[in-house]
Ligand binder design. Sequence first.
Ligand SMILES: [Zn+2]
Length: 551
Amino acid sequence: MGLLLPTVGALDVGARIREALAPLVDRLRAAEVERAALAARLAAAERDRDRWRRRAEALKAENDRLKAELEEARRAAKRQAAPFGRRRRKKDPKRPGRPEGHAGAFRPVPDQVDEHIFVPLDACPVCRSPVSDLRSLAPQYVDDITPPPNPQHRVLCYHNQSGYCPRCHRRVESRHPDQCSSARGAAGVQLGPHLIALATDLHYRVGVTFAKLSGVIALIFGIVVCAATWARAARRVARRLRPTHLSLVAAVRTALVVHVDETGWYITWAGMTKPWLHVFAVPELLITLFAIRLSRGRDVALEILGDQYAGTIGIDGWAAYIKLPCRKGQCNGHFLRRCLELLEVQKRGAARFPHAVQRLLLAGFQAKALLPALPPADQAAVVEQFQGQMRGLLGGRIAEPANLRFAQHLRRHEDEIFTYLEVPGLGPTNNEAEREIRPGVVTRKMSAGNRTPDGAHDHEIIASVSRTAERNGLLLPKLLPGLLCSTDPHAILPVLADRPMPPPVAPLPGWARDNDKAKEKLHGTRRRRRVRRAGRSLGGPHPTEARAPPA
Ligand SMILES: [Zn+2]
């Protein structure tokens, strides 16, 4: 009994313990079930999380793609030249011009001559000595028009003589003052200086394309000229105008204020490098210079203005000009446009910054008109005040990202915003340059730029001289014939109304460099083609045989 008791007691204790543990066991089991449920939920949540992560990644990728597309679309909208141009060009494009070895083409000898002009050789044109062994030369036919107004078609025939000058020890020829060439034989039928001058003006000032020019000249005068002939004539005109162009460059380098701008251009044979049309406009001298280069950088401004330029240039925020060594005035018109763009989107507090900038810039415009009446000390104080106010605006708290970007842009050009208040002759905007570049934009849209870098160089020379003459109230068709007939290769056209033309500067290196660059790119293509063509033309007529002079 005494033994049982503890047993009974032990059993009893065990039962009581089990009984006491039962709720704990239940709770443990419940916890186990709950843990399993939670583990399942966790796994489900993790799967969800992974799914969302993948979704977010996909959305981010799509967002990036759309952003890139939007950027591209925005750039395409701002692309100035050839917005519909091919993005990829042919690897091996066809060369311009007729195939090698083609039959020669010549201007036919005119059926009817309006005037025969005999040009006797009385003495040597160089040393005025009497000449011996006089001979008549082949006639030279000139298809020309009478000088405007009321130009009429006329055909002249020059009969020149040649003779031997014993002092110069060579044969010399007579030349009429209205003859612009001594070519005869195969090139003995030519376009006259008045016709070339009119065509040059129509193409480079009015903007008529070479092809349409042929139509216009045929319609008005009945003279048949193909488009390529105009291009070759333009090459001769550009060569004669080169000293005048370099003289204008010299004049621009002395100007107190030059407005600079650039726009996209197009040169078919320049490979994929994008050309730019730069303009340098001088309001005080009424000069407009164009430069077409395969660069939009400051090297073009340095080439035209020289590294010694001491004046002020008006510019439009284009980053390439930041490091130019001369004084700069930013176009306030561009800043105002930016203010207006911001005011369209900014509301309440965020609109305060663009509003304040706009007010300050417009107040500057009014101050420019009033400044000349003030004594110099007061003028300096006014300028100081404007600069101080801008500094205050830019130093304030700007939180909105678009405002911040604009403020950073202004900060970068802070010293150049009110330059126009200090420099007489510099306007608050760069409109002068933008106005002068506009005809270039029109020409680009009508003729799609130039075919070759050489053609682009002819274009910049002729367009510069033509536009400067126009601004000075002079007409190129009246000035040009005299230059074309001149025997002095260094002759300079007086295109500045009441100023002498300065001595020309040294030839500009930029276009020649561009020309080499373009030719280098095409070289491989050209050589391959030449080899192929040479193989094909075996047995055909030799190229020179096809070029016999006309009967
Ligand atoms: Zn002589």
